[in-house]
Design a protein around this ligand. Structure first.
Ligand code: SF4
Length: 311
């Protein structure tokens, strides 16, 4: 079976071997973050609907999971906001009822957690990985460029309420963009707010490959360590570079080779590569990150997006 809505399993920085489930089409999102690694948001929305037929997602999951794959997590993620799919609760119940041996994780930008129905639908997951990059309205708008109907104070309130009802783990990610959310004022607001949310871990992240806007630069290691110290006693960690490919069971040398051979001939975007090679875009991105990290691939920002070429 050719899978359209499942990807991987991919090596994930935080989750080990993770099977991705993509519930919305590419770049259907409630935010348009300046650092987004999968390009600009093309549908900036907070409308929840069945973006992909539920039956298609369940059929793919059934086919894949019946083979009893060895996975650390099944993860709702992708190149958009998973909570925008109004069937996520049904997908969670389907997996929990039929394949209870698998742990479920959800990567979300948190924006829909203000909605009580959304919070109820995801109570059965094992691990929530929400994002919170800014507290002040001003920085939220500059950094995350939200849909105009979103109100950050309501989102934060929703996160606090979810923590009260949720029995699983919460690892909250803060993506640091120098010049935007690394000021003393914003960091103080973040520290107080995160304290109220009370996650099990706070994970600091920064750019490891080109973001949507070419002016975004990664923060230095020293500055990141200072920020981590500033946020203590919160349980802060700086997310390490992702697992070396040699240690990752699912890292496929032939996929890496196909990517390199393609971009040797001409520079391509991640979308081009995905279409040409018939590999899910998220999977392509994992390989590109690893190749960029080791320096065998370079990138440049052009009008149509970020282009990758082999060195
Ligand atoms: S980083 Fe996530 S939340 Fe932000 S625009 Fe990209 S997909 Fe949406």
């Amino acid at each position: 079976m050719k899978y359209k809505h499942l990807f991987g399993p991919v090596p994930s920085r935080r989750l080990g071997i993770s099977l991705g489930v993509d519930l919305v089409p590419h770049k259907v999102c409630s935010l348009n973050c300046v650092y987004c690694e999968v390009g600009r948001t093309t549908n900036l929305t907070i409308e929840r609907k069945e973006y992909i037929p539920l039956i298609d997602i369940l059929t793919e999951l059934e086919n894949y999971l019946n083979e009893k794959p060895d996975l650390d997590y099944i993860t709702f993620s992708g190149a958009g906001e998973p909570l925008l799919h109004n069937g996520i609760g049904k997908v969670i119940s389907f997996i929990k009822e039929n394949y209870p041996q698998y742990k479920l994780a959800l990567l979300t930008n948190s924006t829909l957690l203000y909605d009580e129905n959304v919070r109820m639908e995801i109570l059965d997951i094992d691990l929530l990985l929400p994002s919170l990059d800014a507290v002040s309205d001003n920085v939220f708008k500059k950094l995350n460029r939200p849909n105009s109907k979103l109100d950050n104070s309501k989102i934060i309130e929703g996160m606090i309420k979810f923590r009260e009802d949720f029995l699983g783990k919460i690892w909250l990610e803060v993506f640091i963009v120098p010049g935007l959310n690394d000021t003393k004022d914003e960091l103080e607001l973040l520290r107080n707010t995160i304290n109220d949310i009370s996650p099990d871990q706070v994970q600091l992240n920064t750019l490891d490959r080109p973001g949507t806007e070419s002016w975004i630069k990664p923060i230095t290691k020293n500055r990141m360590e200072e920020i981590a110290d500033f946020l203590k006693p919160l349980p802060v960690e700086i997310i390490a570079k992702f697992q070396s490919r040699n240690k990752v069971k699912s890292y496929k040398k032939d996929v890496e080779q196909q990517i390199i051979e393609t971009i040797k001939r001409r520079p391509c975007t991640d979308i081009d590569l995905s279409e040409m090679l018939g590999i899910h875009i998220n999977e392509i991105n994992k390989y590109l990150s690893e190749l960029l990290l080791e320096g065998s691939v370079t990138s440049s920002q052009q009008e149509r997006g970020t282009f990758f070429r082999a060195k």
